[in-house]
Design a protein around this ligand. Structure first.
Ligand code: ADP
Ligand code: MG
Length: 359
């Protein structure tokens, strides 16, 4: 029988071990034994001069495009790298403290063990800095795992076996593409083309076609409402599944507010270059893959996670281009944090994968 230090055993019984998905768009927190307790946008509002943090999460996101000039509204991990370390640390520390202090009569002891999923493009130096920020926030141990690995675990893929698994996590700032086998990432790439670029593409399309300027939150709402990578199928009558939405923006000629109607076909056209770029990267990764693993993927297919996988028809578009089956993971927005949670619940699993450890 394995010997567990009695102090560790006691700490384990009382501490709220935490899993965190530090995403470019959303931060989610999982508490061992409880499940997902926090789901907030990865946004921080900070005073420009005094550097005081004014808001974190949903209340900070509401300030996007509305804040006065002395307030910076920051997405600290926007492009899958830590663009603003202080804001990242503030966010991490806020959530760790919030979870640790709520429902804990003695918040100082015992301190939680934390597993953090971070974009795979984050450098080794930044990883250590994030782990240290977690320790500063009160964690007794901090482990960092790469998001595609956590997403694959959350999607219940058999990552520790010898067969290959192909995961594509389409988030806000980055799409993470990874081939995983034997508990490690065999091949992977992190491309800065995902949900944010889709919003930008809608803004550009509407500006060019209608001379109308949309705000980012409006463009995102259009994408979520009627965004599509593919519409209908050959058997349907053309136009039979048309959807539309009315948006309001600023007319660039008159400078006044104006509303227009947008159809799902127009949004598909706007999103097409972004979808094609994601598909191009998936196909390139498939071509770079060791041949032994290609056979596994042909059989098992590609698994999609992240908010971007909810664009209607994106699974079919990828499947047509890659000529293999494509599945959308269950509840794709929570795969990474559930993967971190599964590592908390099962120590053996954590030992099978590569992690960066804070002391
Ligand atoms: P990250 O892991 O980078 O934080 P997420 O996986 O949380 O990103 O996904 C966020 C992205 O997914 C955003 O760009 C958001 O607009 C987009 N998104 C969320 N829901 C949908 C949906 N139903 N359809 C299309 N895009 C969506
Ligand atoms: Mg993510």
């Amino acid at each position: 029988m394995k010997f567990i230090n009695p102090i560790d055993r006691l700490l384990g019984m009382f501490s709220h071990d935490i899993g965190i998905d530090l995403g470019t768009a959303n931060t989610l927190v999982y508490v061992k034994g409880k499940g997902i307790v926090i789901r907030e946008p990865s946004v921080v509002a900070r005073h420009k001069k005094s550097k005081e943090i004014l808001a974190i999460g949903a209340s900070a996101k509401k300030m996007t495009g509305r804040a006065p000039s002395m307030i910076d509204v920051i997405r600290p991990l926007r492009d899958g790298v830590i663009a603003d370390f202080d804001a990242t640390a503030a966010m991490l520390s806020y959530y760790i403290k919030k979870v640790h202090e709520s429902g804990n009569t003695f918040p100082q002891i015992p301190r939680p063990r934390v597993i953090i999923g971070i974009p795979s493009g984050v450098t080794e130096v930044e990883r250590r800095a994030v782990a240290e920020a977690a320790l500063d926030a009160g964690a007794r141990e901090a482990n960092l795992i790469e998001e595609p690995m956590a997403a694959a675990i959350g999607a219940k893929l058999p990552i520790s076996g010898p067969e290959g698994n192909f995961i594509v996590d389409i988030g806000g700032g980055t799409s993470e593409i990874a081939v995983i086998s034997l508990g490690g990432i065999v091949l992977g790439r992190s491309v800065r083309v995902a949900g944010d670029e889709m919003d930008e593409a809608i803004i550009n399309y509407v500006r060019l076609k209608y001379s109308l300027l949309l705000g980012q939150p409006t463009a995102e709402a259009v994408k979520i409402g009627i965004g599509a990578a593919e519409i209908g199928n050959k058997d349907q009558k053309p136009g039979s599944d048309q959807k539309f939405t009315v948006v309001r923006g600023r007319d660039l000629e008159t400078g006044l507010p104006k509303s227009i109607k947008l159809t799902n076909e127009e949004i598909q056209e706007a999103l097409s270059p972004i979808v094609q770029e994601i598909i191009g990267n998936i196909v390139d990764t498939l071509e770079e893959m060791p041949p032994e693993l290609t056979g596994d993927i042909m059989e098992r297919g590609i698994v999609l996670a992240g908010g971007g996988s909810l664009i209607s028809g994106i699974d079919k578009a990828i499947s047509d281009a890659a000529k293999m089956p494509v599945w959308i993971a269950e509840d794709p927005l929570t795969c990474v944090v559930r993967g971190c949670g599964m590592c908390l619940e099962d120590n053996g699993l954590l030992k099978k994968i590569r992690v960066t450890k804070g002391l």
